[in-house]
Structures are given as C-alpha cells and as structure tokens.
Design a protein around this ligand. Structure first.
Ligand SMILES: [Zn+2]
Length: 222
C-alpha cells in the first residue's frame, strides 16, 4: 500500500497574519479525529508499519504535517522539494520545517528513470513499475505527482500541480505558485500524458475527484 500525502494537523495557527500563506491556510481547520493517523487506524492500518511508502507530493503544511503519525514508515519526497522546504525559505514557501518530527529524514528521490509522454524522467515506486512518480514543479520546486497504471485506466494523482480538472483544461494557475511559467508547463505535460493513455485526473483539492474516481471518467477521450 502506497499513500500519497498525509494531510493537515489539527494544531492550527502557525502562520502569522502577514504570511503569504495565511489566506490559504485559514480555511483548513480539522479536528484531531480527522487527522490521517486515526483515520487509517480506524481502517485497521498501522501508519508506521503497514505502508510500503508514504510519498509526499510536496511539503506544504496541508499535505505533509500529518507526517507525525508515520514514525517508522518509509517516507519519500523529491530531493529538490526537500531542499526547498527547509529553513526560512521553506517556511516562506508554505512548509513548516520547525514542526517536523526530529526523526523525519525522508528518502530523497531523483527522477532518473526513463520518461513517459510529457515528462523527461520518472521513478518507479513498485517493482512492476505500475506506480511511479513524475516531476510536476511550479506550485513548489520539486513538486511530484503519482501515476498508477491499471489494466483499463491510469490514475494521475496530481497533488497541487493543478487544483482541479477545470483549471487544467483552461490552463489557469490558481493558488500559490513558486513559478507560474513552470506550473503551466507542468499542466501541459499532464495533458500530453493524458492524450497518450486513458487517464483519470485526481487533484488533491478537487471536490469532484472522487466522482471521477468512481466513474473512471478520463480527462481526454482517446
Ligand atoms: Zn501545496
């Protein structure tokens, strides 16, 4: 079992009012029982022991701060995103390195394996290569997305490479982006990929993603 991202913590209030992330952070408020740890345990999954890997698309607080539940797990992040998320630079980009657990030493990956349509590189996360990561920078340096190939369709878990399918179709960069031009190139790369095989788009914040998942509705009809 591979998990992409681990959500927010219930301990909110860590961005001062002047921080550029404040207006995005303030509408994310969860209760302790809604954190990823208790939710996985309720499903009979021990977050520290039962996963093949926790893959982090990027280290923004709302995708990574739930990491505190995953001590002992293999945690994977791109080398570039980990570097960008540390220290003051990371804090200004929307990561919260001051709250990472002392044991947090993620496996840093590079996209050194052959590319797929739209992307120059990739890295396999399973032995058979059906689950792999591709570089999708722009929202944040070193941001990655996860691709899951199944016999009938391919699922493209974008993280925050786009906030929803409509924005991708219209080539609109929404929310904080460290490089808007790079974000657009990433969105075009995802579209190129989706033209090469039937692809269901699953952005992290897209409220309609679960419906497309249920219906296996593809982005572009072949
Ligand atoms: Zn983000």
């Amino acid at each position: 079992m591979i998990l992409l991202d681990c959500g927010e913590t219930s301990r909110a209030g860590f961005f001062p009012w002047w921080h550029p992330f404040f207006r995005f952070a303030c509408d994310i408020a969860i209760e302790p029982g809604e954190e990823i740890g208790p939710q996985l345990r309720a499903m009979g999954i021990d977050p520290g022991r039962d996963l093949r890997a926790l893959v982090l698309s990027h280290l923004h607080h709302d995708h990574a701060d739930g990491m505190e539940h995953f001590e002992g797990a293999r945690i994977v992040v791109s080398r570039q995103n980990y570097a960008a998320s540390r220290g003051l630079r990371g804090a200004l980009l929307g990561a919260v390195p001051s709250r990472w657990p002392a044991w947090f030493e993620p496996e840093q990956i590079d996209m050194r394996e052959p590319g797929v349509p739209g992307f120059d590189g990739s890295v396999a996360l399973t032995d058979d290569g059906t689950v792999f990561a591709v570089p999708t920078p722009g929202h944040m340096p070193g941001h990655l997305s996860l691709v899951v190939r199944t016999p009938k369709v391919t699922y493209f878990l974008t993280g925050d490479a786009t906030y929803d399918e409509d924005l991708l179709r219209r080539r609109i960069v929404d929310g904080p982006a460290s490089d808007i031009g790079e974000s657009l190139r990433t969105m075009d790369a995802i579209s190129t990929f989706a033209r090469s095989e039937p692809t269901v788009l699953l952005p992290a914040h897209d409220p309609l993603a679960h419906r497309r998942l249920d219906e296996r509705r593809v982005l572009i009809d072949a």
